[in-house]
Ligand binder design. Sequence first.
Ligand SMILES: NC(=O)c1ccc[n+]([C@@H]2O[C@H](COP(=O)([O-])OP(=O)(O)OC[C@H]3O[C@@H](n4cnc5c(N)ncnc54)[C@H](OP(=O)(O)O)[C@@H]3O)[C@@H](O)[C@H]2O)c1
Length: 253
Amino acid sequence: MARTALVTGASSGIGREIARELDRRGFRVILAARREDRLKELAEELNDSRVIACDISKEEECRRLYEELKDERLTVLVNNAGFGKLGRFDEIPLEDELRMIDTNVKGLHILTKLFLKSFIAEDRGYILNVASSAGLMPGGPLMAAYYATKAYVTSLTGSIYEELKMADSKVKISALCPGPVDTEFNDVANAQFGVKAISAEYCAKKAVEGMFAGTLIIVPERGLGLAAKAAQLAPRKLSLAFTGQLQSGKKTD
Ligand SMILES: NC(=O)c1ccc[n+]([C@@H]2O[C@H](COP(=O)([O-])OP(=O)(O)OC[C@H]3O[C@@H](n4cnc5c(N)ncnc54)[C@H](OP(=O)(O)O)[C@@H]3O)[C@@H](O)[C@H]2O)c1
């Protein structure tokens, strides 16, 4: 029987490439996102897959996804669905941020909880939570809510990682923390990158390698991991000022 993986946000960017990478490794891949037409297009190119249209920002949709997949006996969960918004905290509409929190934090949290319980019961499985280098920083002026959501993801993942180790479990959990990746992220965030982005394909390859190696924090770019560590060691205010400068360069208008 083929091993089965669920990838959320598989209709575009990093999620789509992770789905392709898992397909190349012989997995049956469950493709989840809101744009069903995009998922069906991808499914046609994969060897063995299934499409489930769903909105991760809604609790009932996350629960439905879990119920629909009970018989699939997943061994991999990739919580990738997410988005950001660029702008000053006092200017970004609250509804946009609440939807972001519901997707990047609440949806990821619910799916991690539901599937982790099954994985622990069977003492096997891998969870890859797509965070961001933003999740390694003390904050991100001009993308405040996005950075906060990704800090939640790295914090949650780190704590579960240690709990699994303490319980001597074979279940593995990782957080993917890339810098800029060339996807549709910027169109949604209304931003542009100030530095060169890596390809989604390269990011996905490194992500899947890191996940199967059981790496807690996966940083695909050489050098960025060191930069993130330096930012964590630097005085908080200095690091915030530096990130604020970087973010200013992302504005499109
Ligand atoms: N690109 C970067 O520079 C970068 C860097 C670090 C981390 N990340 C993270 O990587 C992840 C993937 O982003 P990306 O760069 O690949 O951007 P992307 O090309 O815009 O893809 C985002 C994916 O998330 C899905 N999604 C968004 N809201 C959803 C919802 N409510 N329910 C279900 N699916 C939803 C989208 O599908 P539908 O619209 O079809 O629902 C799409 O498949 C995100 O978590 C992002 O924060 C990106």
